[in-house]
Design a protein around this ligand. Structure first.
Ligand SMILES: C[S@@+](CC[C@H](N)C(=O)[O-])C[C@H]1O[C@@H](n2cnc3c(N)ncnc32)[C@H](O)[C@@H]1O
Length: 392
């Protein structure tokens, strides 16, 4: 067992880190890394009251607006501020990935691996009452948690969520219908649902519809690559209300009508997340062996990451920006994936992340990419690459 780390990491994990060029001492700060919270815009004036309630000082994260550090042992889930949606738990490195995307008012944003949804919520806050957000996740139960979060924080108004495989998802943003608000395209109030148009979203779907959906999914929690996306939630101004059902499922390629911004926060081994690794102490180090160290699983993962990145980029409009991030610190799941992608996509260019000038992180092996790690950044580990789609 390694002495430098506050956790008794097994030798196989230490070897795994070394093989990936990672210094095991990045985990040594372990339990001294702060927790981070983000304050919902508009609730900053309540800072003192929140401090009083959760019984600690909120230390402003100077390099990331809206974020505060709190001691790691402080729990926020039972506080009123949390229950009322004034504060969110979100690691500062995750916030940095969202900032790197530079989503601005009016943008149509795709979040291709969205659950459980911390980044989606932050994106929604940044867009405000403009643009649109499309969240996709392959895992139905995780996306259901994401929907709950959007509703809890009242952030779902311009959002739609699909259970779908992000490697084949092909639906473009509903630009043409966005400002129709609660009217359908022929001017009929959308609350009058016809067999072919969407009324306002309600959690109570007709039994017939639910039965059909259950039969189609065959009991599985995961969407298959060839299944039609399943619309799990849509907000009042997401462009869906009043739309004909056939129009929603029109597919396309992003070059012209695509998304302005795409976030691919890909599935990974989570080895950069100290708190995730810590869970293996209870789950058993054998589980860590299967989930993180198993070379075959890692190969499958890197293929998945490449396919997610490739499809996200396909759905991006020319001139648009994509951020690829993972909370793994291995080169195989980050720089190698980006390099494989770049070699087959001459219209992709790695971009400088302007906001990053004062960020406490290191450069990745590819110039302009960034790496957060617990030791350098006092955050969870995160790799970020920002890509632009050039006209060809
Ligand atoms: C790192 S988590 C995303 C975290 C999320 N962006 C957030 O901020 O809360 C990765 C997600 O990718 C999803 N995922 C895995 N394979 C996928 C696929 N083929 N298509 C879409 N999502 C996938 C997982 O279900 C998981 O929810």
């Amino acid at each position: 067992m390694e002495e430098a780390c506050s956790l008794p990491l097994p030798d196989a994990f230490i070897d795994f880190l070394k093989e990936n060029g990672l210094d095991p001492s990045i985990y040594s700060t372990g339990d001294s890394i702060p927790r981070y919270i983000r304050i919902k815009p508009g609730s900053e004036s309540e800072l003192l009251g929140i401090e009083d309630e959760i019984k600690c000082t909120l230390e402003k994260v100077l390099w990331l607006p809206g974020f505060y550090a709190i001691p790691p042992h402080i729990q926020i889930a039972s506080s009123d501020a949390y229950r009322q949606g004034k504060i969110y738990g979100m690691d500062a490195a995750s916030g940095a990935a969202v900032v790197a995307l530079n989503a601005s008012r009016g943008d149509h944003v795709l979040d291709l691996c969205t659950a459980p949804g911390a980044k989606l919520c932050m994106l929604s806050d940044l867009l405000g009452d403009s643009g649109s957000l499309t969240g996709v996740d392959v895992a139905r139960h995780r996306l259901a948690a994401c929907r709950t979060m959007l509703q809890k924080y009242a952030l779902g108004d311009r959002c739609r969520l699909f259970v779908a495989d992000g490697t084949s998802f092909s639906l473009l943003p509903l630009r043409a219908y966005m400002d129709e608000s609660a009217m359908n395209i022929s001017g009929v109030p959308a609350s009058i649902e016809t067999a072919d148009t969407f009324a306002e979203w309600t959690p109570r779907r007709p039994w017939k519809e639910r039965k059909k959906a259950m039969k189609e999914r065959n009991g599985s929690h995961l969407a298959s690559a060839d299944a039609e996306p399943e619309l799990m939630f849509y907000g009042r101004h997401s462009g869906v209300v009043g739309l004909s059902k056939s129009k929603l499922f029109q597919t396309g390629c992003g070059d012209v009508a695509g998304y302005d911004k795409v976030l691919v926060d890909a599935e990974c081994t989570h080895d950069g997340s100290f708190r995730h690794i810590q869970k293996f102490e209870q789950w058993g180090w054998r589980t860590l062996q299967q989930r993180v160290l198993d070379a075959q699983r890692t190969d499958t993962l890197t293929d998945l990451q490449l396919h997610l990145l490739t499809n996200g980029f396909r759905l991006l409009k020319v001139g648009g920006t994509l951020v690829y991030s993972t909370c793994s610190l291995t080169v195989g799941q980050n720089e190698d994936v980006v390099e494989r992608f770049l070699s087959g996509n001459p219209s992709a260019e790695v971009q400088e992340i302007d906001a990053a000038k004062n960020w406490p992180c290191k450069s990745g092996r590819i110039p302009k990419t960034l790496r957060f790690d617990p030791l350098t950044s006092k955050t969870s580990g995160l790799f970020i690459a920002k890509l632009k789609k050039l006209a060809t």
